[in-house]
Write a protein that binds this ligand. Structure first.
Ligand code: BTN
Length: 265
């Protein structure tokens, strides 16, 4: 017998957050950006049960039916725009910890550079950072968007996808449970980043990095590179050792792990 899902309840978040809970919205990222421009404070978290125009990286649509998690958090740390990009790793490790805490620590969570979370090798969550800086390249606001497949995943995706329930997480675990766990872990990882810098975040991410020391493909706007993913540098760039022995540092690009490249065209 499949246990009935818990009735949806209001999320309980740490007091550092200001929750904006919505039944439906075009996109929580779009709404968070509108709020950020209107002066919304650090810690504003926009959560919606469904989105009509959810989007991911490269402007791709993000399927957003109820039962999955869609949220965007506004943060305003005092840092440069380039440094703020490290929040994709802060967010990934917070998501990994949150999944471990609501599901089972045994679940094989991996991070795929720079912005994906995989469960048993398939994408279970994606992260979309959007930011605004001032004339001196200091951060004004950063919106951290997270889409996580809790109860379902779209059938036809560019790369293999999955959901928590499909991977065996109890169906009693809801998007609200994951939201609460994520909010707690995000807060504590942001504090680690503020107090100790990127190093501990990088170390936690590397412990579960997908494709590390393996052959990967990286697609850049003008070229496609192949090589071994040897490390993450101190700023979060991917280090790729190529066949000719040179190492390329990549700050932005699409990574394809072994077996993914053929499907991801
Ligand atoms: C990706 O993998 O391309 C990132 C996907 C990010 C999707 C989330 S869902 C909540 C937030 N609102 C959006 O429109 N996008 C992000």
């Amino acid at each position: 017998m499949i246990p009935a899902p818990k009735p949806d309840r209001e999320p309980r978040l740490p007091p550092a957050y200001r929750l904006v809970a919505l039944e439906e919205i075009d996109s929580t990222n779009a709404e968070a950006k509108r709020l950020a421009e209107a002066g919304a404070e650090d810690g504003t978290l926009v959560w919606a049960r469904s989105q009509t125009g959810g989007y991911g990286r490269q402007g791709r649509a993000w399927a957003s039916s109820p039962g999955n998690l869609f949220l965007s958090v506004i943060v305003r740390p005092d840092c440069g725009l380039a440094e703020a990009a490290q929040f994709s790793f802060v967010t990934a490790v917070a998501l990994g910890d949150a999944i471990g805490s609501v599901a089972s620590p045994q679940m094989a969570v991996n991070y795929k550079w720079p912005n994906d979370v995989l469960l048993n090798g398939r994408k279970v969550a994606g992260i979309l950072l959007e930011s605004k800086g001032d004339a001196e390249q200091r951060l004004e606001w950063l919106v951290i968007g997270v889409g996580a497949n809790v109860s379902s995943f779209p059938p036809e995706t560019r790369l293999p996808a999955t959901s928590l329930h499909f991977e065996g997480c109890p169906t009693t675990v809801s998007a609200v449970d994951l939201l609460e766990a994520f909010a707690r872990h995000l807060l504590s990882w942001i504090n680690v980043w503020l107090d100790e810098g990127f190093a501990p975040v990088r170390a936690a991410w590397l412990r579960h990095a997908g494709g590390l020391q393996e052959e990967i493909e990286v697609r850049l706007p003008q070229e496609t590179l192949k090589g071994v993913f040897v490390d993450l540098d101190a700023a979060g760039a991917l280090e790729l050792r190529q066949a000719d022995g040179t190492t390329r540092r990549i700050a932005a690009g699409e990574v394809y792990l072994a077996g993914e490249a053929e499907q991801g065209t």
